[in-house]
Write a protein that binds this ligand. Sequence first.
Ligand code: SF4
Ligand code: SF4
Length: 385
Amino acid sequence: MSLPEPPIAVLAELTHRCPLQCPYCSNPLELERAAGELDTEAWLRALEEIAELGALQIHFSGGEPTVRKDLETLVAAAAQAGLYGNLITSAVLLTEARVEALAEAGLDHVQISFQDTEAGNADRVGGYAGGHEKKLAAARWVRATGLPLTLNMVVHRQNLQHLPQMFELAIELDAHRIEIAHVQYYGWAYENRAALLPTRAQLEDSIAVIEAAGKTYPGLAIDYVVPDYYARRPKACMGGWGQRFFNITPTGRVLPCHAAETITGLSFDSLRDKSLREIWETSEAFQKFRGVDWMPEPCRSCERREVDWGGCRCQAFAITGDAAQTDPACELSPHHGVMAELAAEETAEAPPEFRYRRYANAPETAKLAQPPAAGREADADQPAS
Ligand code: SF4
Ligand code: SF4
């Protein structure tokens, strides 16, 4: 077995606590509890190990990473270890003083997620009254410190009508980059797919808007990927399973991608038990879909197999029940038609109500995996909105 190249980036999910309740949240249905979170010492050790492994970037994420009082300490340690530090935040808990403290600690970049440009709808989607105004203020504080800013716009059926205004907002806030990120349908988003999946007409309109924005705002970096349910080829999810990236959950489990726990039957090692190097190089979950040996046909003999690495394992599992299938987003997959049918069916009806991301809203199967007392305690972690 040859050793893998070092990872490029690591996503540190410091917590699953978050004051928002986005119905597309990428956190798992079984949210981890505050009581089980890694402490500061454990994260400091992890940051050292990440740098020793040769990774270049660390993304501090959650949940909402700013609920952690030790965030400045972790940011400073990452900077000292030579890691490029990016904060991925909903920004609703930030204050001007906190933004300045994070900049002083050595943070390199801030990415703020917005739910829409229209405050009423943004607050409805995020399930947090007043959130949009707070994000605007935080974005201005970020730019006042001189830190580069990315706006992360998660787009779907219920906000795509404001796509032109999203670009205007990025310019108004002096952002360097905007990510137009279509919802990825696993976990909470899978539960809410019928409420979120855009129509084909919306998709076509949005492509025209994005192309025009590229010409109108040449100084703004624009990231956009066609949503999987309308794609002809999959994206190279995470740059290939276990090849460029890993994710650490709040309690210390190490995953090849942030949604990997949606695949049942895989088990993940914890940094409490093993070094990150050992996990990266030898853990079973990382080996399982790394490279091309695991691939079925049509991927196995496809010329794109080392371009898109067969697409997303979590999506293959969500649609076919087998993570070792070709991603159905690929039109060569025997399951490709299912995605188009689902999209046509679900967008033909008015969108249903959101199932918000709350501990209490997890499906029964996910709740059964939690001890009942911990469930009550965890609900209290969620600040009132
Ligand atoms: S997607 Fe929404 S609910 Fe999930 S962590 Fe981000 S802000 Fe919180
Ligand atoms: S068959 Fe597999 S490798 Fe080829 S394009 Fe489709 S997903 Fe990619």
